[in-house]
Structures are given as structure tokens and as C-alpha cells.
Ligand binder design. Structure first.
Ligand SMILES: [Zn+2]
Length: 213
């Protein structure tokens, strides 16, 4: 069991988090104590199974949106046991999901007792702009959880011989604005998913690419 840290008084107190109904959606994860940036809040899935990334089971489970890619395997939480997989999305999250090992939710901004623990899902969709309305309630809320790219968007990008994806003056500003937002919340890795999605729409193989604009 790696990286699990608990305060010294933990043995006398209850769990550091509580799983209960959330104003954002369904059940959420709530802090019962203060957390500081870098602290592990809760395991992603205390009970879990691992299946190979490309197995039918992994693909089917991904549809339910509660899987986690860890190396070449997909972690499927046993949903009879609550865990970090219950964390809601926020456009201004106070925690992040890390996939290494068993998967964990780690604090990125100070969290007060009673506050909901939220993460950034980083979903990139294709031709489904309003798919996932967001109710995070943050002043920074972007309205939807997913960042959508349409077939038309893909017409405004060019794939260079070296695999870089370059957007033109029509799509470029939107990608640049979202890129700046992602960096402001420490989620710049989502740019890779954006580039991969654009490559997929253009029926080009995935590669090691960057979004340049
Ligand atoms: Zn939001």
C-alpha cells in the first residue's frame, strides 16, 4: 500500500472523508478534516479489478466513465465500495486523480473540513458539445464538463510531417484559451487528449504529438 498518509490522530477518529449526496451530482466525497496540497485524500478504489487496456471488458467499462488507465491496464472500481471514484468534477478542482499504483485522489488546494473534494475529469468528446452539463457551481465553471471537438473543428487543423497538430486562426484561439485554462489548474496533460482526438477525427494514427498554435 503505497503513499497512504493519515494524520497521527487517525486511529481515534473516523475516516478522513465522508461519502454522501452532493449538490453537484449523485454521491460525492467530502472532507472530514483539513487537507493540504500534496496530501493523499482517499484511494481511487479500495476494492478494484485490473484488466488489460484493450480488452472488451475495459472498453465496456469505459462507457460507464468510472475507469482509470494505469500503465497498460484499466482499473475498474468495485462500486459496492465507495472511494475516490465517487469524486465529482469541478471546473476549479481542489484535488486531482493520480493513476500510478492503485490510483489515488490527492489534494491540490487547501481543503477545509466539510468541503466537497473535486477533481477535473478532462473529458474530450467528438461531435457531442452539450453531452455533460456541469453543475460545479464555481465562478470559473465552463458550463460543460467535456471539451468538444467537431468534424468542422478538425478541418481547421493541419497535421505536419513530424506529427505536430497545428490549428489555424479559426480554431487556434479557442485551443489557446482552453490550453491556458488547463495550465492554470495544472491539467495540461489534457492537451494530449485534444491532439489525439483531432488526429482520430482526421483518421491519422496516434502519435507523440503536441498542439501547436
Ligand atoms: Zn463547472
Amino acid at each position: 500500500m503505497s503513499g497512504k498518509r493519515r494524520p497521527a490522530k487517525a486511529m481515534f477518529s473516523l475516516s478522513p472523508v465522508q461519502f454522501r449526496n452532493s449538490a453537484i451530482a449523485g454521491r460525492g466525497v467530502f472532507a472530514r478534516q483539513r487537507f493540504e496540497p500534496g496530501e493523499v485524500i482517499v484511494a481511487y478504489a479500495p476494492k478494484q479489478r485490473r484488466v488489460p487496456e484493450r480488452s472488451d471488458e475495459a472498453v465496456a467499462a469505459a462507457e460507464s466513465k468510472i475507469t482509470l488507465l494505469s500503465g497498460n491496464e484499466v482499473i475498474i472500481p468495485d462500486t459496492s465500495v465507495p472511494g475516490g471514484w465517487l469524486c465529482n468534477h469541478s471546473c476549479d478542482p481542489n484535488a486531482a486523480l493520480y493513476a500510478s499504483g492503485e490510483g489515488r485522489i490527492q489534494c491540490t488546494r487547501p481543503i477545509a473540513p466539510g468541503e466537497e473534494v473535486t477533481i477535473f475529469y478532462g473529458w474530450v468528446s467528438h461531435n457531442e458539445p452539450g453531452r455533460d452539463p456541469c453543475r460545479c457551481g464555481s465562478p470559473k465553471c465552463r458550463g460543460t464538463i467535456n471539451f468538444d471537438l467537431t468534424d468542422e473543428d478538425a478541418e481547421h487543423v493541419q497535421v505536419l510531417d513530424d506529427g505536430r497538430v497545428v490549428a489555424d486562426a479559426v480554431l487556434g484561439p479557442r485551443l489557446a484559451e482552453y490550453g491556458a485554462y488547463l495550465r492554470s489548474i495544472g491539467q495540461e496533460q489534457v492537451e494530449q487528449a485534444i491532439a489525439n482526438t483531432l488526429m482520430r477525427i482526421k483518421s491519422r494514427p496516434k502519435g507523440s504529438i503536441v498542439c501547436a498554435y
